[in-house]
Design a binder for this molecule. Structure first.
Ligand SMILES: NC(=O)c1ccc[n+]([C@@H]2O[C@H](COP(=O)([O-])OP(=O)(O)OC[C@H]3O[C@@H](n4cnc5c(N)ncnc54)[C@H](OP(=O)(O)O)[C@@H]3O)[C@@H](O)[C@H]2O)c1
Length: 353
């Protein structure tokens, strides 16, 4: 675990030799887990593949970091969703940031840093048009998978566009120290809200206080989240950013003020089938609440402006985050599974080069 608070002017250094590669290793889905159970490393396999030279219009990329994300759990099952399921025997995919090591595409040069959806592998060839160049001098490359990437954008649109948070309001955030949650908390403080954050464990709670969260609930120490939220917000909450579902959502419904807004971002407590649903949803009628689910991919048009704003905040030392980095492609399944036990502290990444 590593505190990666950026200092103004701190230059990211990731020396990667721009050497063409002849082979790569990739993680494939070996078998589907039980829908109601935590997956195991045996559901994955690691395979070596040959890497030919890139063709016309293609570039060869060596991945520096790949992201593991909670939504990938749903893709392990064969069911319809907003992203297709992973296929048995095929390499998984997901966000990654890498360095161009060969280019047959005019728009990208050797040494450029690019974002792709070709994580879960060490290297790949892809059309240059499918890649997105990022400024590795402005931020460390892995930040484009976290605070300045999809988790950061998720936090931003959920808070600004869905919840429309206003100064003076009280916001409750679950999984508050995580990749999404920590950005939600800090942007909400910038907007003048009072923030109540829930996370598991003392270290995560301490971090939340350091980034300005007003009230911290350690739900592992205080399992009655409803009682704890009542103590933290005697007058109730105006808004809830849900990353967890289950008991956290029940607590938010119980303590929501009339006409409060609830942004349903994720429900990680139920991704492996442990939670039994939300028992007090009828509060939404009685209190005239607005519950709105959202998916970050519907908001990609916001990305360029968001990255500019977030880069300025990070460079000014105004946004902090944590990340947990596992080393090597063979660790990728273990890194992914940490998301569901809370062993990750902040953005969970796998360093590949
Ligand atoms: N709607 C979208 O477009 C979108 C996009 C990105 C992410 N998301 C969702 O946002 C949420 C956070 O994602 P992230 O990438 O930022 O992950 P993260 O918060 O960095 O990591 C997951 C965290 O969830 C917490 N957790 C796991 N199981 C839990 C349980 N049973 N009860 C309570 N907390 C639990 C753990 O933190 P603790 O140690 O604090 O328990 C864990 O560290 C997820 O639900 C994800 O699916 C949605």
């Amino acid at each position: 675990m590593e505190d990666v608070r950026m200092q103004p002017g701190q230059a990211p250094i990731h020396p990667v030799p721009a050497t063409p590669l002849q082979s790569s290793r990739e993680v494939r889905l070996r078998s589907r887990p039980d829908a109601e159970a935590l997956p195991t490393p045996e559901n994955f396999s690691l395979e070596a593949v040959a890497l030919p030279p890139p063709g016309p219009g293609e570039v060869q990329v060596q991945n520096l970091f790949m992201s593991v994300d909670p939504y990938m759990r749903g893709r392990m099952q064969d069911r319809p969703s907003y992203v297709p399921p992973f296929q048995i025997g095929q390499a998984l995919d997901g966000g990654a940031v890498g360095r161009v090591v060969q280019s047959h595409f005019a728009g990208l040069a050797v040494g450029d840093t690019v974002l792709s959806m070709l994580g879960w592998r060490e290297a790949f060839n892809a059309p240059g048009t499918s890649l997105h160049a990022v400024d590795a001098q402005a931020l460390p490359p892995e930040a484009y998978l976290g605070v300045a990437g999809l988790p950061g954008l998720t936090a931003y649109v959920g808070l600004i566009d869905v919840l429309k948070i206003r100064a003076g309001e009280t916001l409750f955030v679950s999984a508050a120290s995580g990749a999404v949650g920590a950005v939600v908390c800090q942007v909400a403080k910038r907007k003048g809200a009072t923030v109540i954050g829930s996370a598991g464990g003392t270290a995560k709670g301490d971090f939340l206080r350091e980034i300005g969260v007003d009230h911290v609930i350690d739900y592992k120490q205080t399992p009655d989240v409803t009682a704890a939220l009542g103590e933290a917000s005697p007058e109730g909450i105006d808004a809830y950013f849900d990353n967890v579902g289950g008991a956290h959502l029940e607590a938010a419904l119980t303590h929501a003020k009339p006409f409060a807004r609830l942004a349903l971002c994720g429900m990680i407590a139920s991704y492996n089938g442990q939670e039994n649903g939300t028992r007090n949803l009828s509060e939404a009628i009685r209190k005239r609440l607005r519950l709105e689910g959202f998916i970050v991919s519907d908001h990609f048009a916001r990305m360029p402006a968001f990255v500019r704003e977030m880069t300025a905040w990070v460079q000014a030392g105004q946004i902090r985050w944590k990340q947990t980095v596992d080393e090597g492609i063979a660790r990728a399944p273990h890194a992914f599974l940490k998301l569901f036990t809370g062993e990750n502290f902040g953005k969970m990444l796998v360093k590949l080069a």
